[in-house]
Design a protein around this ligand. Structure first.
Ligand code: ZN
Length: 112
């Protein structure tokens, strides 16, 4: 069991950081035994890349919703634009859903 830092992001996700210390199961110089343990937890003052990507998509989706609300106030003039916007929202929803699944998979894959 070799020791590594753990980087913990604001969103609660984490990743392995720097290697810190070998254990006595080390079998070759310069190699780790493959079993990782946490030495220090280093707080990271931001969200992980995946969560930031999700946030970006959520903001983009909100912007589309705002556009539709504005267009709807104008009456029937912007029907084509609204349809297009609805399509964009639908595909953003799918991307957000897939990224959330990816995030859940990572959360469950503890220790790799
Ligand atoms: Zn995250």
């Amino acid at each position: 069991m070799c020791f590594f830092d753990q980087h913990r992001f604001m969103c609660g996700d984490w990743k392995w950081g720097h290697f810190r210390q070998h254990c006595n199961r080390e079998y070759r110089i310069g190699e780790t035994c493959g079993m990782k343990l946490i030495m220090h937890t280093v707080p990271v003052g931001q969200k992980c890349k995946l969560c930031e990507k999700i946030d970006t998509k959520v903001r983009r989706r909100q912007a589309e919703v705002d556009r539709i609300t504005r267009w709807q106030r104008e009456g029937g003039k912007f029907r084509a634009s609204i349809d297009k916007s609805v399509e964009i929202i639908r595909s953003l929803d799918m991307e957000i859903y897939e990224m959330s699944c990816e995030r859940n998979r990572r959360l469950q894959a503890v220790g790799n």
